[in-house]
Write a protein that binds this ligand. Sequence first.
Ligand SMILES: [Zn+2]
Length: 479
Amino acid sequence: MKKFLDENFLLQTKTSQQLYHNFAKDMPIIDYHCHLPPKQIADDINFENLTQIWLFGDHYKWRAMRTNGVNESYCTGNKPDFEKFMKWAQTVPYTFRNPLYHWTHLELQRYFDVHELLNADSAENIYDECTARLKTTEYSVRNLLRKMNVKVVCTTDDPTDSLEHHQKIKEDGFEIKILPAFRPDKAMNVDSANDFNAYLTKLEAVSNTNIASYSNYLDALKNRHDFFASMDCSVSDHGLEQVYAEDYSQAEIENAFDKIRSGKELSVEEILKFKSAMLQIFAVWDHEKDWVQQYHLSALRNNNSRMMKSLGADTGWDSIGDFSQGKALAKFLDRLDSNNQLAKTILYNLNPADNDLMATMIGNFQDGSVAGKIQYGSGWWFLDQKDGMLKQLNALSNMGLLSRFAGMLTDSRSFLSYPRHEYFRRILCNLFGEEIENGELPNDVKWTGKLIQDICYNNAAHYFNWKEVKQPLSTATTL
Ligand SMILES: [Zn+2]
């Protein structure tokens, strides 16, 4: 029997082990999409205890705890930190086969060198040991990023964000690039006149303009897009149920803007047209600046209205949605491509039923200008586990070029999530290793290892064109 979570965890063949240990393991990390709070990096804080760094803000864990019968007061409520941790520790043995079980123990091993299993019996010792470490300089958040060999982090930022923390991090000369990403979801969300106008008030303040017309609105947003670029942003991101690609005229959008600006609600048709127009405009700006645009599609969010009222968004009440993706996505990408306005694009789907659709959609718009111009993004959120990653890797292999994949990201709110890259790398190496040993791929470990290094790191550095962190890509001279 194999040992649980040892050095060859998930690596089922000798070749898989060789690929992981000799090629993948030591590659640095580019985390090109996550939700780490830039303020904590700017202040280089130390977390007070294991609960605060591990459970605060982690809706994956809260969901498991709730499902295990734990009262909300231990998840998001005001119970003491140690009691919250105990409830999590008691839940962990019940998370067998959920990725949380693997992540939890990988995180304990990699950050704290704790190799015990977390449960009710071990909880107190583990809490004390990790908490003591967290108070030391070695465990400040910047040092945690250094410990994991992270080179670049892209946070997720609203156009109205001041980016003052990014500025501070830059001024400090922190060697890890902490870059903003432009996420204008609220700027196109016209579902509620109240919310939209409240957002415009914020945008007016930050851009120091008066927004009375649609053209004022675009100017203010463009101003923020330019400002983000001046802060080294080169990535945008959109969290959408689906891509919107309705036909619209300039007059229709101007009228819709005037209507909602005056406090009136838009019709369903007006909402769709407005969102379509904004999405198109953002994409054109991204292309003008040679940014990478990302689309996270298919989440059905905030399904529990009672909990939404008391806790707000991103607290663990979301699921995979069954929105129709193909037709509008093709129309949207085609419209941009036809006008030579299609930026580098990454598509992420949350519904695994859309895997093959995404893997084939990207092939429609590869134009030979850059390898893997249109990317099928890694398994995301509910698909960020062994089965989900394998399905994404297989769809991409079967219908595209896995070798040109820009690879993994954490999409996390926690500084302890970086072992997710290791998890991904082990799965990737096992896939190649098994097929080499089965005779389905040639026994060229050196070449395969180079491809794996590209997927782990080099492809992302080249794709996003972050010059300071680039290492040479593989060149196929050996085959
Ligand atoms: Zn995200």
